[in-house]
Design a protein around this ligand. Structure first.
Ligand code: FE2
Length: 210
């Protein structure tokens, strides 16, 4: 007997950002809802194959394809939740001087501005994907990574702290394709650094309980 579980799209207050229009965010939210729908649909199809508790040889091609696609859709869903969740109206460009994020960025990179140069540099890389700052739960350090599409490059077990979508759909209604740096600047003026602090605190309490 297979347990049924379906994801529901989370709600975000997306209006009134600086340099990222409401139209862009509404369109982007619809795309996110598509990832939630596809994650549920693929999970359901895989469940259908599994309901007799075996994967027959003739089912293997379909099962494999569905499972591969699930990695794309699942990460697409979750990463958008992090992305929308780390922006807010009247956000601030940089974290407070005495914030945990600032302290960890300095410990991990030497200076906050070096962390930022790395994160922004990754965001400007050619290709379709994400710039993500993760915390390593084993030692608390921050590191920045490029994720291709949604699923390639995520570091297993690391906790996302700041997530920036740099697919063109994130900015094409507001900027030209070559203007990604302007979008990145706009993203930085909308960051909810408190959400990053909460993610770091959650990770620290997980470590304490481990
Ligand atoms: Fe996106």
């Amino acid at each position: 007997m297979i347990n049924k579980f379906t994801y529901k799209p989370k709600q975000f207050d997306l209006s009134g950002r600086k340099g990222i229009s409401d139209k862009t965010l509404e369109t982007h939210f619809k795309l996110y809802e598509g990832y939630v729908k596809e994650t549920n649909k693929l999970t359901e199809k895989i469940s259908d194959i599994l309901k007799d508790a075996k994967v027959d040889q003739e089912e293997m091609p379909a099962y494999s394809e569905l499972t591969r696609r699930l990695g794309f859709e699942y990460n697409g869903m979750v990463l958008h939740e992090y992305y929308f969740g780390n922006m807010k109206r009247q956000g601030s460009v940089d974290p407070d001087k005495d914030s945990t994020f600032r302290k960890l960025a300095e410990e991990s990179f030497g200076e906050y501005k070096i962390w930022k140069a790395d994160f922004v540099g990754i965001g400007k890389m050619r290709g379709v994907g994400w710039a993500i700052c993760y915390q390593n739960p084993a030692n608390g350090r921050l590191s920045n990574h490029w994720i291709t599409l949604h699923e390639t490059g995520n570091v297993s077990g690391f906790a996302p702290v700041l997530v920036m979508d740099v697919w063109e759909h994130a900015f094409l209604l507001d900027y030209m394709p070559a203007e990604r740096p302007k979008y990145i600047e706009a993203f930085f003026s909308n960051i909810d650094w408190d959400s990053c602090e909460r993610r770091l605190a959650k990770e620290t309490s997980n470590q304490a309980g481990a």
